[in-house]
Design a protein around this ligand. Structure first.
Ligand SMILES: *Cc1c(COP(=O)(O)O)cnc(C)c1O
Length: 373
C-alpha cells in the first residue's frame, strides 16, 4: 500500500465493542485477567502497553517500513532511551549541528554517565570515517539538520557504521516518513519528535523510535520504555494518530510553501543567505533529491546585518508567530541563537522559519514587509 493509504488506515479499525469508526480513548490504567490468569486481550497495565499506544506504534511502524516501534512522552525521552540502551564505555558519533536538546542530553547527562561522544561534520563521510573508534556503537544522524538544513547521506553513513559494527539512528523529525524513509536507506532506527509534523497541530508532545529489526537493542529500548514509563498518555496517542491521517497531504503543502518562500528570500536584497535543500545552490541539494521525496517545510535565512537586525525583522512579522518548535499549520519565526544559549554555533543574524499551511503569497507579503529597512 502507498503511504497516503497507510497514514489513513494503519493502526485503525472500527471498535469491536461499539462499532465506533473513530477509536475510543482507553484511559484505564489496568486490564482484566481471565479466570485462568491470562491476559487474553494483550494488555495488563498501561505503563507496559495500552490500546491507543499500540495503535500509534502500529501506524508508525507501517509508515517507516519498520518491524517495531516504541512511543514515548517526547522526542527527547525517545532519544534518551536510545542512549540508555547503550552501555557505559560505548562511543557515540553525533553531528556537530545536532538538535541542541540532543547535544545537551549527551554532554550533560550521558557523558557523566559513561558514554564517550564525538561531534563531527556528519555531511562529510571522510570526517565520519576518521572519527570512528573500536568502541563506536552508535552514529546519530539528523537530516535535514537544525537550523542550517545540512543534508547527510544516510545510506553512506550506514555503510560506514555497519562496517565498523555500529548502529545508525536517524532523527527523522523534520522530514517525516512521508518525505524520507531512513530504514529503507539502511539506518537501524528512525527517531521522531511526534510533537512536530506527525502530531501536526502544535497541541501534543510525543516521541517514537521505529526499528528495522526487532533485535536485542530494540528489546532493551522496549524494556526501558515499560520499566521507566516515559510514555505518551492515551489521549496524546490518540491526537498523534489523528494527526498522522493527514500528514502526507500536509507535507506536500508545507514543502510547496517553503519552496516559494525560499525562492522569494533568495532574491531579496536584505537577505545574505537562504538555507533550504530545495534550492539548487544548497550544498545538500543533490543528496536531498536522492533521499527525500520533497525538501520539506523548514528553512532558515540570514538577514544582511547583525543579530539585532534579525531580531528586528522577526519583531515586524505579523502573520508569522514568534515561537520555537515547528510542524504546525501556523508559520513560526524564530531567532535561533538566542534560544540555544551562549555556546551556540548558530549565526546571530539567522532566523528559522517553520512554514505552515497558510497561502504562500500571504507568507511572502508578511516577510517582504518585515524585511523593509
Ligand atoms: C523537537 C525536536 C526534538 C525533541 O522533541 P521533543 O518532543 O521536544 O522532546 C528532537 N529532534 C528534533 C529534530 C526536533 O525538532
Amino acid at each position: 500500500m502507498r503511504i497516503e493509504t497507510l497514514a489513513v488506515h494503519a493502526g485503525h479499525a472500527a471498535d469491536t465493542a461499539t462499532g465506533a469508526v473513530t477509536p475510543p480513548i482507553h484511559l484505564s490504567t489496568t486490564f482484566e485477567r481471565a479466570t485462568d490468569g491470562a491476559y487474553p486481550r494483550g494488555h495488563t497495565y498501561t505503563r507496559t502497553s495500552n490500546p491507543n499506544r499500540a495503535a500509534l506504534e502500529a501506524s508508525l511502524t507501517a509508515l517507516e517500513g519498520g518491524v517495531a516501534c516504541a512511543a514515548f512522552s517526547s522526542g527527547s525521552a525517545a532519544a534518551m532511551t536510545i542512549f540508555q540502551a547503550l552501555a557505559p564505555g560505548d562511543h557515540v558519533l553525533a553531528p556537530e549541528d545536532v538538535y541542541h536538546g540532543t547535544a545537551r542530553l549527551l554532554r550533560e547527562t550521558f557523558v557523566p554517565w559513561g558514554l564517550a561522544v564525538t561531534f563531527v561534520d556528519m555531511t562529510d563521510p571522510i570526517a565520519v570515517a576518521r572519527a570512528l573508534r573500536s568502541e563506536t556503537r552508535l552514529i546519530w544522524v539528523e537530516t535535514p539538520s537544525n537550523p542550517l538544513l545540512t543534508i547527510t547521506d544516510i545510506a553512506r553513513v550506514a555503510e560506514l557504521a555497519h562496517a565498523a559494527g555500529a548502529r545508525v539512528v536517524c532523527d527523522n523529525t523534520w522530514a517525516t516518513p512521508i518525505l524520507q524513509r531512513p530504514l529503507a536507506l539502511s539506518a537501524d532506527l528512525a527517531l521522531h519528535a511526534t510533537t512536530k509534523y506527525l502530531g501536526g497541530h502544535s497541541d501534543v508532545l510525543g516521541g517514537a523510535v521505529v526499528a528495522r529489526a526487532d533485535d536485542d537493542f530494540f528489546a532493551r529500548i522496549r524494556q526501558l520504555q515499560a520499566a521507566g514509563g516515559a510514555v505518551p498518555s492515551p489521549f496524546d496517542c490518540w491526537l498523534v494518530l489523528r494527526g498522522i491521517r493527514t500528514v502526507p497531504y500536509r507535507m506536500r503543502a508545507h514543502s510547496e510553501n517553503a519552496l516559494a518562500v525560499a525562492r522569494f528570500l533568495a532574491e531579496h536584497a536584505a537577505v545574505d543567505a537562504v538555507h533550504y535543500p530545495g534550492l539548487e545552490a544548497h550544498a545538500g541539494y543533490e543528496v536531498a533529491r536522492r533521499q527525500m521525496a520533497l525538501p520539506g517545510g523548514m528553512l532558515s535565512f540570514q538577514v544582511r546585518g547583525d543579530g539585532e537586525r534579525a531580531m528586528a525583522v522577526a519583531a515586524r512579522a505579523a502573520l508569522f508567530t514568534r515561537a520555537t518548535s515547528l510542524g504546525g499549520p501556523e508559520s513560526l519565526i524564530e531567532h535561533r541563537a538566542s534560544i540555544e544559549g551562549p555556546q551556540t554555533r548558530t549565526p546571530q543574524n539567522l532566523l528559522r522559519l517553520s512554514i505552515g499551511l497558510e497561502h504562500p503569497d500571504d507568507l511572502i507579503a508578511d516577510l517582504a514587509r518585515a524585511l523593509e529597512a
